[in-house]
Design a protein around this ligand. Structure first.
Ligand SMILES: Nc1nc2c(ncn2[C@@H]2O[C@H](COP(=O)(O)OP(=O)(O)OP(=O)(O)O)[C@@H](O)[C@H]2O)c(=O)[nH]1
Ligand SMILES: [Mg+2]
Length: 294
């Protein structure tokens, strides 16, 4: 069989995590309309009879503005050099700029097997596709480009088979029931963060981190989960909590429902909001929060 690791690389908000989730067939990474949703590398494994693809989702390429974003970009750079192949994800509906071409060429130049997924074709005029292909090939990119829609499931089988064909012959890297390298505790923290990304404007979610202090399963299968929402400012804390705690109740309940779906069990969720000023620039706090940048 063919098997190997595939770094999923592209600009922030391009649709990388959405694509990994649909290809793997399970939610392994959170998704939101805001850039910089993914902060860590997350592996999502797809196992078929003839091949196993271990996708490594990465933080999207975006400006560095603090130590956290620095580490995120380092994670992406390191990952791109430690894999068997690269899947570059491009947001088709955003057009093709000179900067996009430069990025595609940069990752193609690493010399690994390389493919481009041109995604979100469900929300753009079909006529733009051939013109964009011409711009990509005319711009000096020689890789194969696959127009797909993760949301509508278009052309995904073709893309999947093309990725598998890039991988070396060898045994499966993971047992067939493994879909992610991340723990349930990690995913629970991410689901909480996702709800905050979906509910609040840029500034608040980008300054939020989640710390799970208790993740325990009772004998009857019910989970007790206690977590802290760490934010950067007192006024963000006030907004996250809301009048009489209403906002927090709503976000927590939204998150709890998703946690229950993910864990397949009832969850008792306790949430506190804490302020840690400038945690995104504190090496010690970043380490404690698990953002190692590796
Ligand atoms: N219409 C449409 N929207 C999509 C598609 N794929 C992703 N999206 C949307 O694009 C937005 C960004 O998706 P993500 O998967 O979080 O993007 P990402 O590249 O992982 O973003 P970062 O983690 O921030 O780098 C979300 O609102 C998705 O719902 C698609 O095929 N079609
Ligand atoms: Mg992502």
């Amino acid at each position: 069989m063919r098997s190997g690791t595939v770094a999923v690389i592209g600009r922030a908000n391009a649709g990388k995590s959405t694509l990994v989730n649909v290809l793997v067939g399970e939610k392994v990474a959170i998704v939101s309309p805001k850039p910089q949703t993914t902060r860590d590398r997350i592996m999502g494994v797809l196992t078929r009879e003839d091949y196993q693809i271990a996708f490594v989702d990465t933080p999207g390429i975006y400006r560095r503005s603090n130590e956290l974003t620095d580490r995120m970009m380092n994670t992406t750079e390191t990952t791109s050099k430690e894999v068997d192949a690269i899947l570059f994800v491009h947001d088709g509906h955003a057009g093709v700029s000179g900067e996009d071409l430069a990025l595609m060429k940069k990752y193609a130049a690493l010399g690994l097997p390389f493919l481009i997924a041109y995604t979100k074709i469900d929300i753009m005029p079909k006529e733009n596709i051939p013109a964009d292909m011409e711009a990509i090939y005319g711009g000096g990119v020689t890789a194969d480009v696959y127009p797909v829609s993760a949301r509508k499931g278009k052309n995904l089988k073709k893309l999947e088979q093309a990725i598998a064909a890039l991988l070396p012959e060898g045994d499966a890297l993971f047992p067939e029931d493994v879909v992610s390298d991340r723990s349930e505790k990690f995913m629970v923290a991410e689901l909480m963060r996702e709800k905050i990304l979906l509910k609040y404007e840029q500034e608040i979610p980008h300054g939020v981190a989640i710390v799970v202090n208790r993740f325990a399963k009772r004998e009857d299968g019910v989970y007790d989960i206690d977590l802290d929402i760490v934010c950067e400012k007192q006024n963000h804390k006030a907004i996250l909590i809301g009048k009489q705690g209403r906002a927090l109740k709503e976000t927590a309940s939204f998150a709890r429902k998703d946690m229950e779906k993910f864990l397949g069990a009832k969850v008792f969720l306790t949430v506190y909001v804490k302020v840690r000023e400038d945690w995104r620039d504190s090496a010690a706090l970043l380490k404690a929060l698990g953002y190692t940048g590796e």
